[in-house]
Ligand binder design. Structure first.
Ligand code: 13P
Length: 214
C-alpha cells in the first residue's frame, strides 16, 4: 500500500470516529467511502470504529469485487453506483442522524426553509422511497434522489451526503442534519414558509466557492 492509499484509509477511520463524536451517527450504523484508483475504499460492515485499522478498510472495484481482510459495508452497492454515476463525487458519507431519520420515516423531503439548503445543490433535499438496506433497489433510489444534489434522505433509513472530498461530504452531512433539525422545529409551530427556487438559485450563485474550502 502506498502512502497516498494509507492516508485515505486513515482519513476514513478519522471521519468515522468524528461522525459519531459530532452526533450525526451512532454505533456502526453509518459507512464511508472514498474514490481510489479504478474503485473505492470503503468501511467494513458492522465493525466498531474505534477498533478500525487501515488494513480493515476494504478496496472495491466499481463492479463490487472486493479486496481486503473484511467484508465491505452492506451498502457497497450504493457507494459503487453513486461513484459510477457521479464523476464529480469522490467521497460518500452515509449515516442515520436522528432528525434526518425522523423526516425520512415520515417520508418528508426537506424544503427550502433556510438558505443553507443551497449547499446540498438545490431547493429541496429529496427523500427516496423505502427499500431494504443493502439492496439494489435502495441503491437505485439513492442514485435517483441524488440527481443534481449532494445529499438525500433514505425512506425509513437515514441520509447520504456526497462531496468532491471526504471533508466536504462530512461538512455537508452536518449541515443537512442541522437543516433537518430546523425543519423539525418549524413543524412544531406550523407549516413553515419556504424560500422560492429563484431565491435558492441566487444563494447558490453567491455561494459558489462557499463552504468548506480546500
Ligand atoms: P454496515 O455496517 O454494513 O456499513 O451497514 C450499516 C448501515 O448503514 C446499513 O444501512
Amino acid at each position: 500500500m502506498d502512502s497516498q492509499e494509507l492516508d485515505k484509509r486513515r482519513s476514513i477511520i478519522a471521519h468515522c470516529l468524528s461522525m459519531n463524536a459530532l452526533g450525526i451517527n451512532q454505533g456502526t450504523s453509518g459507512n464511508i467511502s472514498v474514490r481510489h484508483n479504478e474503485g473505492l475504499l470503503i468501511t467494513p460492515t458492522s465493525y466498531a470504529y474505534d477498533k478500525l485499522e487501515p488494513e480493515d478498510i476494504v478496496f472495491l472495484q466499481l463492479d463490487g469485487a472486493a479486496l481486503g481482510r473484511r467484508a465491505p459495508s452492506s451498502e457497497w452497492r450504493f457507494h459503487c453506483d453513486i461513484l459510477r454515476a457521479r464523476p464529480d463525487v469522490n467521497a460518500i458519507v452515509h449515516t442515520h442522524p436522528t432528525y434526518c431519520t425522523v423526516l425520512a420515516i415520515m417520508g418528508r423531503p426537506i424544503p427550502a426553509i433556510h438558505y443553507m439548503i443551497a449547499a446540498a445543490g438545490g431547493p429541496e433535499i429529496r427523500c427516496s422511497p423505502y427499500a431494504i438496506f443493502g439492496s439494489q433497489a435502495l441503491s437505485n433510489h439513492a442514485v435517483e434522489a441524488l440527481v443534481d444534489r449532494k445529499a438525500c434522505l433514505l425512506g425509513h433509513h437515514g441520509m447520504i451526503a456526497v462531496g468532491s472530498t471526504l471533508e466536504k461530504a462530512m461538512w455537508l452531512a452536518v449541515e443537512v442534519e442541522t437543516l433537518a433539525r430546523q425543519y423539525h422545529g418549524c413543524l412544531q409551530i406550523g407549516d413553515p414558509p419556504v424560500l422560492s427556487d429563484g431565491q435558492i438559485a441566487d444563494v447558490a450563485a453567491k455561494m459558489a466557492g462557499y463552504g468548506l474550502q480546500d
